[in-house]
Design a protein around this ligand. Structure first.
Ligand code: HH2
Length: 255
């Protein structure tokens, strides 16, 4: 899954794809590089980010969605109205960092046939990195995701439309993120595909001492480790490089 953020303030590509033409060219480039899905976002969820108005989110993403009808597009949104508008424009997937908890979100997706990604986060982006605490982060994330999967099924979403995501970096310290990576197989046991998003994130900066523009090697390492621990979808900014890293892993598996 290749990331396209149509925002002025995303933590690694903010401002680069605000011009719809630039976003469309970038999205098509990611598909050419080997992405199976483009994840289109019109609101940053980086730590410290503030919400944007619904009209603004729609204004950012709809022109791009209209131009990418031939591409599998996931829309990264937590707003039911944006979900409905995106699905009407042919979006294949709704990627919700709030796991469809907003009133009306389940109803917005359940009638169609789109895939959904249910992500765990603790707190809201504006404050979530201020001293997050858990007794057992993996148990808490597992319980949350299991409950959300059950809720989706109750609302009529077939299980084969559901993906879960521990939400690396969303109300989690470096230690929490590493526990979730190490014990990812416990989340894989939920029986639906697991998506992992480590790309360029600040935990990789904390581990390597590198600024956001220099986290490619660390992102590739995290991507491979996530796959080795059972992740089935990787949300990444650097598609070509991630594909190459995966090719090495896949060659080893075939050898
Ligand atoms: N991470 C980000 C945004 N959306 N969705 C899922 N399912 N999983 C993630 O890990 C995830 C996500 C944050 O990264 P990015 O989009 O690059 O930055 P920003 O939120 O600043 O736009």
């Amino acid at each position: 899954m290749g990331v396209v953020n149509v925002t002025p303030d995303s933590f690694s590509d903010g401002g680069r794809f605000l011009d719809p033409r630039a976003a469309i060219v970038h999205a098509r480039g990611l598909i050419e590089e080997g992405a199976d899905i483009v994840d289109l976002g019109g609101e940053s969820s980086r730590p410290g980010a503030h919400a944007v108005a619904e009209e603004e989110e729609l204004r950012r993403i709809l022109p791009i969605l209209k131009a990418l009808k031939d591409v599998p597009v996931s829309v990264d949104t937590r707003r039911p109205a944006v979900m409905r508008a995106a699905l009407a424009e042919g979006a294949s997937m709704i990627n919700d960092i709030e796991a469809l908890q907003a009133p009306g979100a389940l109803a917005a997706v359940s009638g169609g046939d789109c895939a959904v990604c249910l992500m765990h986060k603790k707190g809201d982006p504006a404050t979530m990195q201020q001293d997050p605490r858990y007794d057992d982060v993996v148990a808490e994330v597992h319980a949350f995701l299991a409950a959300r999967v059950a809720e989706c099924e109750k609302a009529g979403l077939q299980r084969d439309r559901i993906v879960v995501d521990p939400g690396f970096g969303f109300g989690k310290t470096v230690a929490h993120n590493l526990s979730l990576l190490k014990r990812l197989p416990e989340l894989v046991a939920l029986g639906v595909p697991v998506l992992a998003g480590w790309s360029r994130k600040s935990s990789l900066g904390a581990i390597t001492g590198r600024p956001v523009g220099e986290r490619l090697a660390a992102s590739l390492a995290a991507a491979l480790l996530a796959v080795q621990h059972g992740a089935r979808i990787l949300r990444v900014h650097d598609v070509r490089e991630t594909r190459d890293a995966l090719a090495v892993l896949q060659a080893l598996e075939r050898a």
